[in-house]
Design a protein around this ligand. Structure first.
Ligand SMILES: Nc1nc2c(ncn2[C@@H]2O[C@H](COP(=O)(O)OP(=O)(O)O)[C@@H](O)[C@H]2O)c(=O)[nH]1
Ligand SMILES: [Mg+2]
Length: 231
């Protein structure tokens, strides 16, 4: 997937509120400080002009932030979880907002769950994975800050986390916002999630799913007709 355009589309503080528009959604989740804002900025090519704020006050924002990418899908930035020092009411608020949103019938097509490669999964991560599996949302686990481990240690760590969670290898990607590691794999995964959803919709509406060729031509036409955004 080539990122052509990104725009901030809106914020939801009520999980039942209407969306900013009618595009498929992919949500990004993870504990505070896991590197979510950094990864989103790297994925969207926003290394200079940051779109997701890199914050030093974990768990402060309780809102769902929508970014429209390529006028094709919303990347939804979920508030971070796993903040130990906040009052219970804040945790309850987080749960109502995030779980309420994820469980919507018109909720996200997939969730990207970020886990710090050195820390591994926390009980919050495990709970989140169980919740997502219960409601049947496909999940990609991204292991962040992979640049902090040497190659061998990284491979061992990935294997360990994979075994702990009982995930398929293709459900996990190691990434680094600093080196760009994992970026292409994550974007390819997002693309295939969005394509699958489109084919399913076409079938449901009795239309024939369009071939790859038609889609490629359309993508090229869209590219030709649009200026690339300033980096
Ligand atoms: N070495 C390294 N540090 C990172 C990486 N991603 C994020 N960080 C650092 O981790 C801290 C938290 O990052 P941030 O993106 O704000 O996390 P968020 O709270 O999940 O949005 C910041 O100090 C980042 O500079 C990475 O891939 N590698
Ligand atoms: Mg952040």
């Amino acid at each position: 997937m080539v990122i052509r355009t990104v725009e901030y589309a809106g914020t939801l503080v009520d999980p039942k509120a209407p969306y900013p528009g009618d595009y498929p959604q992919v949500a990004f989740a993870g504990r505070s400080n896991v590197g979510k804002s950094s990864l989103i900025n790297t994925l969207l090519n926003r290394t200079r002009k940051k779109i997701a704020h890199v914050s030093s006050t974990p768990g402060k924002t309780q809102a769902l932030n929508f970014f429209l990418v390529n006028e094709q899908f919303y990347l939804v930035d979920l508030p971070g979880f796993g903040f130990a020092k906040v009052p219970l009411s804040v945790k309850d608020g987080w749960k109502a907002l995030v779980e309420g949103y994820l469980a919507r019938s018109d909720g996200p097509r997939a969730v990207v769950l970020l886990v710090d490669i050195r820390r591994g999964t926390t009980p919050d991560d495990v709970q989140m994975l169980a919740f997502l599996s219960d409601i049947g949302i496909p999940t990609l686990v991204v292991l962040t800050k992979a640049d902090k481990l040497a190659h061998g240690a990284r491979i061992r760590r990935i294997q360990e986390i994979e075994n702990n969670l009982g995930l398929d290898p293709d459900q996990m990607v190691a990434s680094s916002a600093q080196t760009g590691m994992g970026r292409d794999l994550i974007l390819a995964a997002l693309e295939s999630i969005l394509e699958e959803g489109t084919e399913a919709e076409d079938e449901a509406e009795g239309r024939e799913a369009r071939g790859d060729e038609a889609r490629e031509i359309e993508a090229e036409e869209a590219k030709e007709g649009k200026e690339a955004p300033e980096p």
